[in-house]
Design a protein around this ligand. Structure first.
Ligand code: NDP
Length: 334
């Protein structure tokens, strides 16, 4: 097997020496287990959190352990009555490795549909799409004509959030880095406005694009960007706190709004959520998202980096924005 093992906890951005690519034998299967050859490895901002020992929603990856990560792969050997060789699955405890041995109970089948690329099940029809769907619909609860601001808007989650909100009749303002990403949002995804936070003052741009205040915020970034949105929320505004990527590379508390009293004065609702809590409701999201894709109402992009050896350097792209769509690594052929 080839697997990435965590050497030490990164200090700042992930460095080449924080992980080591090792060769290890694949252990024999026990009853109920399957051997999966991983094809695509999902790279997610949360990978950086898992490498740290800050307080979080899952235990940190242990030093010396295989790096945690979600994959899609193909069953190569099975001692399970539920899975046969050739099945496409998402193995439990997949990890940054070529092969995963896992139990049938921790594995879910990927029900592929002709015409939909396999990468889509890592992105719009996987947990990325579910994050957008449940965070927006359960927490922001968009109504016709309301204004939504979404940060990291051209990213995997943010771009789907905006399009679902549009389907629900809301006005969408996206915040993204760079002219090209902003142009994609307004010209191709139907966003009403896009703010290039790398080249313009976010507060002033929000005042211009949201003169009647902001009804909903789908927050992916945290820090000063979140604060700029927070301080412009409307009375009874709803904020879905999905991520705070601007703080993941630093140790210590993740920064958000400064004047917390505004939650009281404006009767705001702020709810953090983690998509894994919604997995039991996956079918609802997948049914709607599949339909919207078939109707051409939702578009998405996947960014595939070739080769397991490139996983750590590819992860960095999430923090610089140097990727175009849901980031993943191709570990072996489809
Ligand atoms: P993206 O595809 O959105 O990639 C991350 C993007 O974040 C980058 O492209 C970059 O966009 C932006 N970014 C990075 N650093 C900064 C910064 N300092 N300031 C502003 N923008 C920054 O990744 P995902 O869609 O996978 O994740 C987006 C967010 O959603 C993350 O915060 C992640 O943790 C969260 N998330 C939460 C889940 C949950 O269950 N709660 C599940 C999945 C994701 P740009 O080029 O525009 O700067």
């Amino acid at each position: 097997n080839r697997q990435w093992v965590l050497n030490n906890r990164p200090d700042g951005a992930v460095a080449a020496t924080d992980l080591t690519l090792k060769e290890a034998p694949v252990r024999p299967l026990a009853d109920g287990e399957i051997l999966v050859r991983n094809i695509y490895l999902s790279l997610d901002p949360t990978n950086r959190l898992w490498m740290s020992d800050r307080e979080q929603y899952l235990p940190p990856v242990g030093i010396g352990d295989v790096m945690r990560g979600g994959t899609i792969g193909v069953v190569e050997e099975s001692r399970s009555s539920r899975f046969a060789a050739g099945d496409i699955v998402m193995p439990g405890d997949a990890g940054w490795q070529l092969y995963t041995v896992t139990h049938e109970k921790m594995t879910s089948r990927v029900r592929t549909v002709p015409g939909v690329p396999l990468t889509a099940y890592m992105s719009v029809l996987g947990s990325t799409g579910m994050t957008a769907y449940f965070g927006l619909l359960d927490i922001c609860d968009p109504k016709e004509g309301e204004t939504l601001v979404v940060s990291a808007a051209a990213g995997a989650v943010g771009s789907i959030v905006g399009q679902i909100a549009k389907i629900k009749g809301a006005r969408i303002v996206g915040i993204a880095g760079g002219e090209a990403k902003c142009r994609w949002l307004t010209n191709e995804l139907g966003f009403d406005a896009a703010i290039d936070y790398k080249n313009e003052d976010v507060g002033a741009a929000l005042d211009r694009h949201c003169p009647d205040a902001i009804d909903m915020n789908f927050e992916n970034v945290g820090g000063p960007i979140m604060d700029a949105v927070f301080s412009r929320m409307a009375k009874h505004g709803r904020m879905a706190l999905c991520g705070m990527i601007s703080g993941y590379n630093a140790d210590g508390p993740l920064a958000g709004p400064t004047d917390f009293g505004q939650v009281l004065m404006k009767r705001l609702t702020i709810r953090g959520f983690i998509v894994i809590d919604y997995f039991p409701r996956a079918r609802e999201a997948i049914a709607d998202l599949s339909q919207w894709i078939a109707e051409g109402r939702i578009r998405w992009k996947d960014h595939v980096v070739d080769g397991i050896e490139n996983a750590p350097s590819a992860l960095e792209r999430l923090f610089t924005g140097n990727h175009d769509g849901k980031l993943m690594v191709k570990i072996s052929p489809e």
